[in-house]
Design a protein around this ligand. Sequence first.
Ligand code: SF4
Length: 650
Amino acid sequence: MGQTLTEKILDDHLVEGELETGEEIGIEIDQVLTQDTTGTMVWLQFEAMGLDEIQTEIAAQYCDHQTYQFDFKNTDDHRFLRSAAGKYGAHFSRPGNGICHNVHRENFAAPGKTLLGSDSHTPTPGGLGELAIGAGGIDVTVAMGGAPYYIEMPEVVNVRLEGELPEWATAKDVILEMLRRLSVKGGVGKILEYTGPGVETLTAPERMTITNMGTELGATTSIFPTDHQTEDYLERVGRGDEYVELQPDDDADYDDEIVVDLSDLEPLIAQPSMPDKVVPVSEVEGESVEQVIVGSCTNGGYEDILPVAKMLEGRETSMETETIVAPGSKQASEMLAREGWVAEMMAAGVNFSEATCGACIGIGHVPSSDSVSLRTFNRNFEGRSGIEDDNVYLCSPEVAAAASLKGEIVDPRNLADELGDLEAPGVELPDEYDGSKTDLISPDEAVDDELIKGPNIGDVPLKDQLDSDIQGEALLKMEDNITTDHIIPATQDILMYRSNVPKLSEFTLSRVDETFAQRALDADGGFLVAGENYGQGSSREHAALCPMYLGIEGVLAQSFARIHRANLFNFGIVPLTIDEDTYENIDQGDDVEIVDDVYDAVTSGQEEFTVRINGEDEYTATLDASERERAILAAGGKLAWTKEQAEGGS
Ligand code: SF4
């Protein structure tokens, strides 16, 4: 039996286990990336583990989430990150240089390599044939120290692309179509491998829009084979020598197959406030739009903004609509500026912004209350824009530009008919990605060789070994699809505390219940209860770290999102799966007791636990965990476990 492309790359990097679906495998990691909101903890943990040098081929520290540097706390973080990159041997991308995924794809992403990143959209370079996985910061720390990354072997799904995109349909519509069909849970436990004759019709940047947003499907990662399009892109970014041809075997055996005929696609849009609420743009036409933003790691490349510039050239944006363009990298900004496109867009009414995550996490350009904002981003979770009563739609740059011109949501095909002279801009790559690279500091050019810790840089909190008795109040009961944004928001008033866990913890789940953090501290332990897909969204390990700091000992949920589940193990919180009946029978404020000796049960491999509610009714909860995950939980988290391993402990 032949191999899928995923299996080939995993086979090349396999250090432990077998490539059987559901089996835990350990893989060697070639590249790691981290960004500023997850990076501080990565380096503090690297230091706390006593590691002294990066062991991966490439490690890159980006500063993209909090680049506006509102006060000294952000700049403290950035200075610390630069010093850590210098001391330990990572590339350092300065604040304003761009979003991690954009800068990484321009400079380092390479076919056949493995990449682990402490950001959920790390799968972006899957479009170049790199096997790229998002993980919690501590997993990245450990991989950077040279240890394998462990993961349950996902199912590999063949997404077969047929045909060719018609005019005005884009790569964004391919992934929106996938979300429409599969939902935000549809990719959980899966790697989506794209194949078929439609693949070669897509340029590498288009493929990376699709792999970027595979994260919204909950997929472990998404990957494309490599071909002339991959080679062409690598040549244009000046790294043609890194091209290798990678294809699945003809008789590769996939766990499932999905067929998407590109020729059938039309402009699509995700409605507020979930990326899978996808409908054709024509269904929501006429809705007036107050704000349009083009950018983010999904659609912030040169080739994403150029179509917008072409559509706006010589025209004027609507007086009712504020239009912002925020490129994904400074290189893209510089190239567009050199070619005169920045001036064209500004003349049309565009407000040109810094290359940063910014508005994607509610930092700047917060929409007015209860207004419509159209964005080319990947997520529109309620409140992520910085205001709770937001109405954020997700769409392609072409649909965004059309709305900017019309002042309302409009299918660009209809706008073209109306205007008469609006042509579909198509996809055009620059001859050469030739923006300045002065904002990327290589390890050889490092400016610091010691860690610089200002007053905003705290310590890494540690947890004791797992208790045998776990009992406490169900401190909060939540519904389905709770995101890590709900658990620890990423808005500007909070983001600056990512390196200060005691302070950040005060905001834990404040979007669900403002009193939660104080109640948790007062209760000195307890449980969280949630529905399906708990912890979807960002890779943010603070969403486990802060509850741990507040004393949360267990989470009872109907299901967990992959990265958050791993983070709960990594910070010593017991993630127990419950069925719907159990969920319905636990109320907030109930007394929850795990009847078993938890330490013994976890370490002995026990899967079913008895949960007693209010001293009476008993239910079954399941711990589905590998031996390694159980050892991590028992030790009190991954930091303690890694130290134990280094010291030759159990
Ligand atoms: Fe930044 Fe948004 Fe991309 Fe996350 S999803 S890396 S916040 S642009």
